[in-house]
Design a protein around this ligand. Sequence first.
Ligand SMILES: Cc1ncc(COP(=O)(O)O)c(C=O)c1O
Length: 473
Amino acid sequence: MKKDNYEAPNIELIQISTIGKHSILNMNTSSVFEEVEDIEKLIEAHGSPLYLLSEKKLREKYREFKRNFTQDGIKTIIGYSYKTNYLPAVCSILKEEGAYAEVVSDMEYKLARSLDVPGAEIIFNGCYKTKSELSKAVSEGALINIDNFDELDLLDEVAKNLGKKARVGIRVNFIMGSSSWTKFGFNYETKEAERALKEISKKKNLKFEAIHNHSGTFNVDPKIYSKSTRIIIELAEFAKKIGLNTKIIDIGGGFPSSNKLKPEYDIPGGSKYNEETLKSFADEVMYYLKKAKHLFNNGTPILVLEPGRAIVDECMQLISKIVSKKKDPKGGYNIVVDAGVNVLPTAYWYNFEPKIANKTNGIKKNGINGVRKTNGNGYNGGPVKIYGPLCMQIDSINESVNLSSTNVGDTIVFSNVGAYNLTQSMQFIQTRPAVILLGPHGSEIIRKKESWRDIFSLDTIPKRLSSKSNGKH
Ligand SMILES: Cc1ncc(COP(=O)(O)O)c(C=O)c1O
């Protein structure tokens, strides 16, 4: 062999954490929601990428969540966290199920009202609420969870001007390690929360009702909620002593979904999610709440929960096409798909393990029993790196996953994408996909695919620069 032709073997440390046992076993196909008769037809009609929303799954997840947190002697209210996914169709379905709206901005507040959510069924959270927003919320009877002393004074003034008492709660935070969410609310450890309660007790225009905590998002340890419930109850006891009756205990959201966190965001060994997970969270809360019934009117506390991802993550899928592939110099393949972090920003936190869709009307198209044959492109399985379509190296969806094919034109399915992907999607370089609702009436479009004109519809060019007006170009 001539020296020139010699290729040195490429030996490299493969980190188990980036592959993961699920990736290695993930060779199955046909994973599009069962309601879809023909995924290729949907793509033909609405383009790729494409989001799918399963109404059945959404309703099931809502009911499962509520069931887990329901017990005799406690009134449970679900305040769905709009920011997680504010597709009007999603919010409407959850309203129909009985959910209140948990909003953190004027935009979300107005959306809730446009969907006929009564003011009294809106929980207004967040650290930035303007005078006019507060004014609207007070006059419509929304519950406002006060974030800071400036807001407390502003709200009192707003309510006074309206001649109407504002329904209020306080948001509290507590320390639980370096990632504590102390940006929001009054601190427990420094007794700021007690000071806020004292201030409220002196204000004639504020009607105290609630103590609220939202400790973080994708909490994997149920003990966070026992701590949160205990702190809220302790503050409710303090409130009672100074003449304030607590009606509502609001423990926020933050409950996990079945997505897999990347190892760097997860507990060592990886957190587990199964049918018992939600119950283990509910048990922590109920244990302390049941012991504190004496604090509440008629002995019945109102428990408010503000779930987002735990309800909506699993009800959506993102369908995408493989647009190109190339051999990775280090081995395996790199593929580019038409959905990147622009429409799947949660890929920064989650290990998505997409599958190849090969189902048409339930008939397996390729290969036997739904498993594709080797596709003749030299790919025989093995790790694939998935990139999105953006012109940035960081547009990477998965560093190493096994797919059953890498054929250009193949349709791949990302599951559990309902939370934070649409609301945090970017109009960067690419337009955003359509959304299809799969419900009792078959498939219905609930968001059109964006066109390039939609992106620029709010822009104007000063006349002096417009080639059409000055005719110089
Ligand atoms: C106040 C509040 N409630 C509820 C939620 C929903 O959180 P998650 O989607 O983790 O359940 C959030 C999200 O950060 C929030 O800030």
